[in-house]
Design a protein around this ligand. Structure first.
Ligand code: TYD
Length: 209
């Protein structure tokens, strides 16, 4: 059985962390042979922490695009080498599954929305391993912002005009990349969304039998 690398991505407030944790619990219970690890980008390593500081203090979503691009790439290099690749290289007869909250789909969509040339961002991410499945959660930015403001203060990228452009850039990813990307609408309840997520993941698991 092949090990699996599954990514959840999408704009802030789309509900990806909740869906990821629901999928984690579901897969863990489904089969005793499944080893499962959930992780996220930005990480809590040295580059990830720099990013987090910038996101919490910046007001303008368009500022520092190249600095951020560079930090996200460095953070990803470290994340893959230290955690993702070692976990996926385990072939002891069990099934290893990594669920990753954000990946290069975020870099392409966000940093391009910030103004970095699309081809430049895509090129810088070419060297990274391709996930087996990318689930991009989709929602109206207005609804996403409402969900965020109920929970916490808004961060750097959480501004309506920016998010409208960002949504379009996430939509374009399927055409631009040769990755296994699926879009899931998250305007319904958490359970309704999870039913859709389960179907997409079920298809992937079946294809491995
Ligand atoms: P977020 O998922 O909000 O982190 P957490 O929930 O752990 O606090 O991610 C932080 C922000 O970083 C989010 O607004 C999206 C942005 N981002 C990019 O702009 N480029 C990237 O490559 C990544 C991974 C994230």
């Amino acid at each position: 059985m092949k090990n699996l690398f599954i990514v959840f991505d999408g704009m802030d407030g789309c509900g990806k962390s909740t869906q990821l944790s629901m999928l984690h619990d579901y897969l863990f219970k489904m089969d005793k042979r499944i080893r499962i690890l959930s992780t996220r980008e930005p990480t809590f390593g040295k580059y990830g922490m720099k990013i987090r500081k910038m996101l919490a203090t910046h007001v303008d979503p368009y500022s520092d695009s190249d600095i951020l691009l560079n930090l996200y790439i460095k953070d990803r290099e470290e994340h893959l080498e230290n955690l993702v690749k070692p976990f996926l290289s385990n072939h002891d007869g069990n099934i290893s599954i990594i669920l990753c909250d954000r990946y290069y789909y975020s870099t392409i969509a966000y940093q391009h929305t910030q103004g970095v040339e699309l081809n430049k961002v895509i090129k810088l991410n070419k060297k990274f391993i391709k996930p087996d499945l990318a689930i991009i959660l989709d929602l109206h930015p207005e609804t996403a912002l409402k969900r965020i403001s109920k929970e916490r203060a808004e961060e750097k990228f959480e501004k309506l005009a920016f998010m409208k452009e960002l949504r379009k850039n996430f939509h374009d990813l399927k055409e631009l990349l040769s990755d296994n990307i699926v879009y899931v609408d998250t305007s319904g309840s958490e359970d309704e969304t999870f039913e859709k997520v389960k179907k997409k993941v079920g298809k992937l698991l079946k294809s491995l039998d």
